[in-house]
Design a binder for this molecule. Structure first.
Ligand code: MEV
Length: 342
């Protein structure tokens, strides 16, 4: 997959794309490696069957209308000044929809054209739940907007624009989220390298939602500050998370689920060292482990959001019950599912 072949600028000012388009991107969980992946260590993540759908309809004018079910809406105007495209005269929930707005602007500028449209987003992924809602919505937005502007971008171009969006809005980001949202399956990410993994054994994974919002940008900044103030403590933890990802990937390939679970537990301890866990996450993780989970850890940025538990064959209901009794919401997810549909 590597880097982007070229950063092309189309010489078109006309909107010759499709009139309407439906797209959909999956959410994701990290089996290993969140946070450390921001510093070039490997991470292993997989797409889940909880998705974000987007539908776009082009209009004859330059009015942009974004409606996100349960989140809010924004209106504005597609505008070009000195060769730079943006959405002007924005009103509405621009803060809540900042990933969408930025993704649209970057797509306009990449294609060197813009137009009006109505974009309707319907996501099963709760923002701040740690299941990759921003990557899913960003990827879906780039795919949808480019389709009506006359250019079906390839997956590499979509991940490039979606990654630039996340980096701009979040401050710092790895390529994990947007790659999983685009390509789906199981992916090992290391820096700019994306390695799809095949022959992964069937995994029974239970997600436990704490019901608390985790602010990814803030958590990533906190780790950066901690690393800046205590490099001798934090750098070895980050490196150890990378080693855990490598060992976990090997254990998965060998279909040794007990070892995968033990390494997930080790990864959680290291994430505790980065101070991104929370009392609610700890309670759900403890409840899952006491109910025979092979391993349990937080997933995504932490600070709230979700944990995941790897279940042996017959114990998924037992783990779900334990998570519920501890005040969490158990979610049974299928892993390794398809990426962007467009
Ligand atoms: C957040 O979903 C995962 C982090 O590793 C940040 C990133 O990879 O962009 C915390």
């Amino acid at each position: 997959m590597g880097g982007l072949r070229k950063f092309k600028k189309l010489d078109t000012k006309t909107n010759a794309g499709e009139k309407t388009k439906k797209v959909s991107s999956p959410g994701q969980i990290f089996l290993f490696g969140e946070h450390a992946v921001v510093y070039g260590q490997p991470a292993l993540a997989t797409a889940i069957n909880i998705r974000t759908d987007a539908e776009i309809e082009s209009t004859e004018n330059n009015e942009v209308e974004i409606k996100s079910e349960g989140i809010g809406g924004v209106t504005g105007e597609a505008s070009e000044k000195n060769g730079e495209w943006s959405i002007e005269k924005i009103s509405g929930d621009s803060e809540k929809l900042q990933f969408v707005i930025r993704a649209i602007e970057l797509t306009f500028n990449y294609l060197n054209t813009g137009s009006g449209f109505e974009l309707r987003i319907d996501s099963e992924l709760i923002p701040g739940s740690g299941l990759g809602s921003s990557s899913a919505v960003t990827t879906a937005t780039v795919a949808a907007v480019s389709s009506i502007l006359g250019e079906k971008l390839d997956k590499e171009e979509i991940t490039h624009l979606a990654y630039k969006t996340e980096e701009t809005v979040q401050g710092a980001a790895s390529r994990t989220g947007v790659n999983v949202a685009t390509y789906g399956g199981f992916l090992k990410i290391k820096g700019e390298e994306t390695i799809p993994l095949s022959n992964i054994p069937e995994l029974k994974v239970l997600i436990g939602y704490t019901g608390k919002y985790g602010n990814t940008g803030e958590l990533v900044r906190n780790v950066r500050e901690l690393r800046g103030s205590k490099p001798d403590l934090i750098n070895p933890i980050i490196k150890a998370i990378g080693d855990t990802t490598e060992a976990g990937t090997k254990a998965l390939r060998e279909k040794n689920l007990e070892k995968v679970g033990a390494l997930m537990n080790a990864n959680q301890n290291l994430l505790e060292g980065l101070r991104v866990s929370s009392p609610e996450l700890r309670n759900l993780i403890k409840a899952a482990r006491s109910s025979n989970a092979l391993g349990a850890k937080l997933t995504g940025a932490g600070g709230g959001g979700c944990m995941i538990a790897l279940s042996p064959n017959n114990d998924i209901e037992k783990i779900a019950k334990a998570i519920e009794e501890e005040g969490g919401e158990p979610i049974k997810a299928k892993v390794g599912v398809e990426g962007l549909r467009y």
